[in-house]
Design a protein around this ligand. Structure first.
Ligand code: ZN
Ligand code: FE
Ligand code: FE
Ligand code: ZN
Length: 266
């Protein structure tokens, strides 16, 4: 079995994941993975922004937990990352976070399409009731293109997250997808194949085969992530993701060290 790096996993600091980084690392070793990366949800400038991330003063503790895992599992390559929320206007804060530690990579994720609506939050399902999915997806992909253009991130996470609960536009979305992918290509940003979608209502990897096809045609490279929120989810469905990538025409994936990209054979 030849695994890609699992570049998306969380820690209990975000308040909705279980298991310490050493336990995720132990599971990775057990499965035969050779490289993983931690990407817990980034703190916001305001700790009361929402309730599903670490506080700003916990960032050092997060890094220490990852360092401990690196020390305990020297044969496993463990990268230090963050899943950073992109919202327009937050760029200075994201630069401050970047300066605080020698990160290997940042995953830029859009969860919020306004300051008050994180589209993947099950507690806000009612927001979808009087909204046209096409309109929601349009705002989402506009923000995703901004995130890709910002040069703040190495990877864009779960690119079609708004499909999570099954709210999918009836209209053709190709042009919004392409605008985002052109931005990713122009800024050397990779696209993440995130298998958590398979565990949600949409029952599909993020992003869809259609988006991945466009990404391949546009020349946007890829990474893989289980988005594990528990040790048992490490590496989950990564083999399905590789199959999808190969079928789409990909033969390479990215690895990151100190925010430098290197392409390796899939
Ligand atoms: Zn999470
Ligand atoms: Fe996310
Ligand atoms: Fe995540
Ligand atoms: Zn995530």
């Amino acid at each position: 079995m030849h695994w890609p790096a699992d570049y998306h996993m969380h820690t209990p600091l975000c308040r909705h994941a279980v298991g310490e980084p050493v336990e995720y690392a132990a599971q990775a070793v057990k499965l035969g993975l050779t490289e993983i990366g931690f990407t817990d949800h980034s703190p916001m400038r305001r700790d009361d922004f929402d309730n599903w991330r670490m506080r700003s003063d916990q960032l050092d503790e997060y890094v220490a937990k990852v360092r401990r895992a690196q020390k305990e599992f020297p044969a496993l390559t463990i990268k230090l990352g963050l899943e950073v929320d992109y919202l327009p206007g937050h760029e200075p804060w994201i630069r401050e976070l970047a300066a605080r530690h020698p990160w290997d990579y940042f995953i830029g994720s859009v969860h919020y399409i306004s300051d008050s609506w994180d589209v993947d939050n099950p507690e806000k399902l009612s927001h979808w009731k009087d909204r046209d999915p096409f309109e929601v997806w349009s705002v989402y992909f506009e923000r995703l293109a901004m995130a890709a253009s910002s040069r703040l991130f190495e990877i864009i996470g779960h690119a079609d997250l708004p499909k999570k609960f099954g709210f999918i536009p009836q209209r053709d979305c190709t042009s919004m997808f392409q605008q985002f992918l052109d931005a990713a290509k122009a800024s050397d940003v990779a696209l993440e194949l995130n298998t958590a979608g398979l565990r949600k209502d949409c029952k599909e990897i993020y992003p869809s085969p259609a988006i991945l096809q466009l990404a391949h045609r546009t020349g946007v490279p890829i990474t893989f992530g289980s988005d594990a929120h528990a040790p048992g989810e490490v590496g989950m469905d990564l083999l399905r993701a590789i199959e999808l990538a190969r079928r789409t025409g990909y033969s390479q994936t990215c690895r990151f060290t100190q925010r430098q990209r290197r392409l390796v054979t899939l």
